[in-house]
Design a protein around this ligand. Structure first.
Ligand SMILES: Nc1nc2c(ncn2[C@@H]2O[C@H](COP(=O)(O)OP(=O)(O)OP(=O)(O)O)[C@@H](O)[C@H]2O)c(=O)[nH]1
Ligand SMILES: [Mg+2]
Length: 107
């Protein structure tokens, strides 16, 4: 789902959306996100997962969040690392997500 479709699906009164970007490692997720926010894309490192555990929850930190303003809407884009060890934690980020963008990578 492209950004344009996400904007079209947003309700009239919505001014903000949470968008989750998922895909295998090396697919180009972080690159797209940085490009959209007009950041330098020459030194992008794999988005690393960092596991931490409390009594109640085992969680994985391995994401970038960018807020992109587009046509008066604020798109909070969550870019999660795609390495194998991080994939089991993707579902932790589903809650409160308005749209899911899948990145399959390049040839
Ligand atoms: N040729 C080419 N290379 C790209 C493109 N997009 C990204 N890359 C390169 O592919 C590599 C991986 O890009 P990332 O944006 O880090 O990929 P990612 O999906 O965020 O990977 P993880 O964080 O590990 O999940 C980087 O070296 C980028 O420079 C593209 O459209 N074409
Ligand atoms: Mg990345």
């Amino acid at each position: 789902m492209g950004l344009l479709n996400i904007l079209k699906k947003m309700k009239k009164d919505d001014k903000e959306a949470r968008i989750l970007v998922l895909g295998l490692d090396n697919a180009g997720k972080t690159t797209i996100l940085k490009k959209l926010s007009e950041e330098d894309i020459s030194h992008i490192m794999p988005t690393q997962g960092e596991l931490f555990q409390t009594e109640a929850v085992r969680w994985c930190q391995g994401f970038n969040i960018k807020s992109i303003m587009q046509d008066g809407f604020k798109l909070n884009v969550w870019d999660i690392g795609g390495q194998k060890a991080i994939r089991p934690y993707w579902s932790n980020y589903f809650e409160n997500t308005d749209a899911l963008v899948g990145s399959l990578g390049r040839k």
